[in-house]
Ligand binder design. Structure first.
Ligand SMILES: C[S@@+](CC[C@H](N)C(=O)[O-])C[C@H]1O[C@@H](n2cnc3c(N)ncnc32)[C@H](O)[C@@H]1O
Length: 210
């Protein structure tokens, strides 16, 4: 499981991107010995469970050059870091309330020489700014999440999809998403092979323009 896996789904990588994706496992393995940013069983499968999973968002929406994306509760940098590699012309802000996680992300950003990533150590509720899309994985149930971020979504979209939330979730979401009539689900098994993706989805919630 490695760079070849990523390239089989994203065949047009530049030399820089190939280098960054291949460096990612070493960088995280190093950091994981110091602080557990990725669960130990996951580190061996980092390309499937973290890198490719994060890139599922790119299969749903290819971000345009100049777009502004916020990754809420980024932890060790997912989904933000793999997407920042894939879209070097897009600006990513990665926020987490835990300082030591943001410190690791800063080190990863430096090691991979990512110039399009800014990190913020704060609760997202305290963060100002407007973004085209808010992305996330494994942070909160949708009602709390929507409350935290709804004022931070820019009103004019240059993308195929309207601006909004793109959230990686798994399992049965019927109850959690019941209040959201405009929600759309994109199963990752439509894009990627393997059992891991069987129940995984990108939940897309467009913002309301009013
Ligand atoms: C389970 S981890 C997921 C990390 C990463 N998104 C991933 O999938 O690997 C949840 C992260 O969300 C962060 N978090 C929770 N509530 C937050 C908030 N209100 N603002 C910023 N970060 C938050 C936590 O500190 C934690 O690092």
């Amino acid at each position: 499981m490695s760079l070849q896996l990523i390239e089989s789904y994203f065949p047009d990588l530049t030399e820089t991107q190939r280098k960054q994706f291949s460096q990612i496992s070493e960088v995280y393995k190093d950091w994981n010995q110091k602080i557990n940013v990725v669960s130990r069983k996951d580190i061996d499968e980092i390309y499937t469970r973290h890198v490719l999973h994060s890139l599922g968002i790119a299969k749903v929406q290819a971000f345009k050059s100049g777009a502004n994306i916020l990754d809420v509760g980024t932890g060790g940098g997912f989904p933000g870091i793999p997407l920042a590699i894939l879209f070097p012309e897009v600006q990513f802000t990665l926020v987490d309330s835990i300082g030591k996680k943001i410190k690791v992300v800063d080190e990863v950003v430096e090691a991979l020489k990512l110039t399009n990533v800014k990190t913020v150590n704060n609760r997202v509720e305290q963060l100002n700014g407007e973004f085209d899309f808010i992305i996330s994985r494994a942070v909160a149930v949708m009602p709390s999440f929507v409350r935290w971020v709804k004022g931070k979504i820019a009103k004019h979209s240059h993308h195929e999809l309207k601006n909004g939330i793109l959230y990686l979730k798994g399992g049965d979401l019927t109850e959690e998403l019941e209040p959201y009539k405009t929600v759309q689900l994109f199963p990752l098994s439509d894009f990627f092979e393997g059992e891991f993706f069987d129940t995984k989805k990108v939940v897309y919630l467009p913002m309301k323009y009013k």
